[in-house]
Each structure stands twice: as structure tokens, then as C-alpha cells.
Design a protein around this ligand. Structure first.
Ligand code: SAH
Length: 238
């Protein structure tokens, strides 16, 4: 039953999935619905809605030109895996790091990754600010993605330090994307990035506007950023 639901959602959105990917999304859906009863991982719980509002929505961040073969992609504040895990299923050659500050969500993802038998995807229990200050992660990623984690300017401070020079930060935003991007221009520049593109995204059967903001990292982030955990949200950059 889950396979039919996924297949319908993908077809409606013009996304091509092979049998293996269909099976993986279907297992993801099954385990998510099951785990959600106990863990409250998502507010959306009808399988058909999860297929569209989480799986298909996650894939709207995808654009072949920003995701080179074998790229290291970090999903900051991944929650139940969105958008990082659908991206990994869709493009298995990507190396995907699912980062979150909440351990119970990552424990679910670890079980899921094992069940999906997907190599090249892992979880990391850390705050984005701490990851950005750690030599292990700082300026290492080709692409950083994020959906629904923090106000855009705050998100820039969480994510841009992780992006390597020449790489991209792709932020999934709602209807205020253009204003947010304009408001964060100074912060983005300070962190070493400039706006590259804002792409409208639509979900089948839904009228609400959404957009992906792509920022390009053009120079190193100064060593004083990101500030200590908690500061970016409490005192956003000007
Ligand atoms: N991206 C997912 C989850 C959004 S909920 C989705 O779109 O469905 C926001 C998630 O961000 C939560 O799981 C929370 O633990 C995580 N988060 C918030 N602030 C964070 C930070 N500073 N560092 C790491 N994770 C953070």
C-alpha cells in the first residue's frame, strides 16, 4: 500500500523513481508512521500527506547543477531526515550527513539507515554552531541544506561556516523567501557568501508559495563565526 502512495506522489510531481528507490521510500514511510506514534517525529501523520509534504517537498531542494557527483551534503537540523534522507535515496552517490541537536531523532534515523541498507549516509549529534566551530566539519561540505530550523538569518550563521569555498547553502523557505534573502544580505556577506538564485517550488495540490534560496560560498567565514551555541538565535546578525 505504501508503494502505491509513494508512486502516486512521485508521478504527480514529475519525479522519476526506480523500483529500488520506491521500495526505500516505502520502508521510510512505514517506519516513520510506526515510530511517530511514540516519538512524535512529525506533526503530519497520514501516509499520503507524508509522501507529499515530506518526501516530495524534500526533493524540491534538488537541482542537478548544485549537487555534483559524490558531493558531501550536510542537512542541518534534519529532524526525521528532511530533506537529507530523501535526497540520499534520490541521488545515492551523494555522501550525506544528517545533523541534529536532538538525540532521539537521530536514534530513529540510525535505525532507519540500517534498515534501508544505504552506504554513505550517517548521523551526527551536535549543535550546528559547535559543528561550525569544529575543524572536523568547518568548511568541509559541498552543499548544506536545511528546512524549517530557524529564521533565515540565524540559519545562515548555522550553515554557511560548514560550506567549503565554491560550495552552496540551499535553504528551503516559505513565502517570505525574497524578503528574507534581502534582509540577510549583509549577514551572508559577512559569513562569506552571496545569493546565487531563488527558485520557486510548488507541491501538487497546494497553493502556498515556497522557495529555495541558494547561496554560494565565495570566501572563508571569519574565525569569530559561528558564535557560541545559542548566541546566533538570541542575537541575530545585523
Ligand atoms: N528539517 C526537519 C526538522 C525540522 S524541526 C524538517 O523539515 O522536517 C527543527 C530541527 O532542528 C529539530 O530537530 C531541532 O532539534 C533541530 N535544531 C534546531 N536548532 C538546532 C541547532 N542549533 N543545531 C542543530 N540542530 C538544531
Amino acid at each position: 500500500m505504501f508503494k502505491t502512495i509513494i508512486a502516486a506522489a512521485a508521478t504527480q510531481s514529475g519525479i522519476d523513481l526506480n523500483t529500488g528507490q520506491l521500495a526505500q521510500f516505502s520502508l521510510y514511510l512505514e517506519l516513520l508512521v510506526h515510530a511517530n506514534e511514540k516519538l512524535n517525529l512529525t506533526a503530519i501523520d497520514a501516509p499520503a500527506e507524508i509522501a507529499v509534504k515530506h518526501f516530495v517537498d524534500s526533493l524540491t531542494v534538488y537541482d542537478a547543477k548544485y549537487f555534483p557527483a559524490g558531493a558531501l551534503v550536510c542537512d542541518v537540523g534534519t529532524g526525521a531526515g528532511f530533506p537529507g534522507l530523501p535526497l540520499k535515496i534520490f541521488r545515492p552517490d551523494l555522501e550525506v550527513l544528517l545533523l541534529d541537536a536532538t538525540a532521539k531523532k537521530l536514534a530513529f534515523l540510525d535505525r532507519l539507515i540500517e534498515a534501508l541498507q544505504l552506504p554513505g549516509v550517517g548521523t551526527c549529534h551536535i549543535r550546528a554552531e559547535d559543528a561550525g566551530r569544529s575543524p572536523r566539519w568547518r568548511e568541509r561540505c559541498d552543499v548544506v541544506v536545511a528546512r524549517a530550523v530557524a529564521p533565515f538569518k540565524v540559519l545562515c550563521e548555522y550553515c554557511l561556516p560548514l560550506v567549503k569555498i565554491g560550495g552552496v547553502f540551499a535553504a528551503m523557505r516559505a513565502r517570505r523567501a525574497r524578503e528574507e534573502s534581502a534582509e540577510a544580505k549583509g549577514a551572508a556577506r559577512l559569513l562569506g557568501a552571496r545569493a546565487e538564485e531563488i527558485k520557486e517550488a510548488r507541491l501538487p495540490g497546494r497553493a502556498d508559495a515556497r522557495a529555495i534560496i541558494y547561496l554560494r560560498k565565495v570566501k572563508p567565514t571569519p574565525p569569530s563565526y559561528p558564535r557560541k551555541a545559542g548566541r546566533p538565535a538570541k542575537d541575530p546578525l545585523p
